[in-house]
Ligand binder design. Structure first.
Ligand code: TPP
Ligand code: SF4
Length: 297
């Protein structure tokens, strides 16, 4: 039986410190929490997104762990290569972990992630989803939600922000028949910690997709990062779920959703949306939940 982790029994040791992320950065909080569970023996692979940019600043490194910056498209390939190397060296519990943003996962790195999951090797992949390419200046990614203004989907006369919906990475990972997959949010840290623990214990590839607000890219105060990450689950615009033994499971089923408009208007990237567009977002949300409740129970 895996010990349930919470604020009282989680490791106080920091494996990620002194980095240069913006104040209130959701991604850095996700890394910090994950590393408390993974421990300092985990080997980390990251492409050149924000987390690499803020952590590997010569001569200082923000990781206590061994960590490497990978070519952008190959985070998962590098992580499984490291896993094979550790095994060859006779390490007992080789733990290789890839961390990548939404662009590095859903767009540029999806092919190597798919191949790595398909090979069935033991590694963990954590996608830190801030819904755009932040490190290069807030461009739309395959995980940018409908209506969000980014520098490549600006809110103007012709379009009001992003015209596509989020690519469903959690279900894409699960569709490989992966050993373990989960969604998480830094608004529910205990849930995330325990999902990382499960991924660590599972005998095969594991994928965790965590929602990580970005004050700089989203245009919100750095104090409300965690609040937004909690609220997004309570509004139904993000969900907490797992895929295990071939089955999907919802971890949280909100009875009544919190109003979407109040939540969206706290972020500059959504401030241009009309009432009609906000209703459209609610329709998309309800359609998604109808399917999830019907198929996942
Ligand atoms: C092959 C390749 N293409 C593009 C880039 C440029 N690049 C560096 S960071 C970045 C954005 C990363 O976005 P994301 O993966 O979402 O992570 P975030 O910065 O938001 O954490 C891009 C496109 C690169 N380094 N290598
Ligand atoms: S731009 Fe966003 S993701 Fe990047 S370090 Fe700043 S807050 Fe974090």
């Amino acid at each position: 039986m895996i010990k349930k982790l919470n604020a009282r029994n989680i490791d106080a040791k920091e494996c990620f410190y002194g980095h240069k992320a913006c104040g209130g950065c959701g991604e850095s909080l996700a890394l910090r929490l994950a590393l408390k569970v993974l421990g300092e023996e985990a080997y980390l692979s990251l492409p050149a997104g924000c987390m690499a940019a803020v952590s590997f600043i010569y001569p200082n490194m923000a990781f206590k762990n061994n960590a490497v910056i990978t070519p952008f498209a190959s985070t998962a390939a590098v992580a499984t290569g490291i896993a094979a190397g550790l095994e060859a060296l006779g390490k007992e519990a080789p733990l290789s972990v890839g961390f990548a943003g939404d662009g590095g996962t859903a767009d540029i790195g999806i092919q190597s992630l798919s191949g790595a999951i398909d090979r069935g090797e033991k590694f963990i992949y954590i996608c830190t989803d801030n819904e755009a390419y932040m490190n290069t200046g807030i461009q739309k990614s395959g995980l940018t939600p409908f209506g969000a203004a980014t520098t490549t989907t600006p809110a103007g006369k012709a379009i009001h922000g992003c015209v596509t919906e989020k690519k469903n990475m959690f279900e894409i990972a699960a569709a490989h028949g992966i050993t373990y997959a989960a969604t998480a949010s830094i608004g529910y840290p205990e849930d995330f910690l325990n999902k990382v623990q499960k991924a660590k214990e599972c005998d095969g590839p594991a994928y965790i997709h965590i929602y990580t607000p970005c004050p700089t890219g989203w245009g919100h105060g750095s104090k409300i990062t965690v609040d937004l990450a909690k609220e997004v689950v309570d509004t139904g615009l993000w969900f907490l779920a797992e895929y295990e033994d071939g089955e999907f499971r919802l971890n949280r089923k909100p009875g009544d959703f919190k109003p979407v408009a109040d939540h969206l208007k706290r972020q500059a990237r959504f401030r241009h949306l009309s009432d009609e567009e906000i209703s459209q977002i609610e329709v998309m949300r309800d359609r998604k939940w109808e399917k999830m409740l019907k198929n996942w129970g």
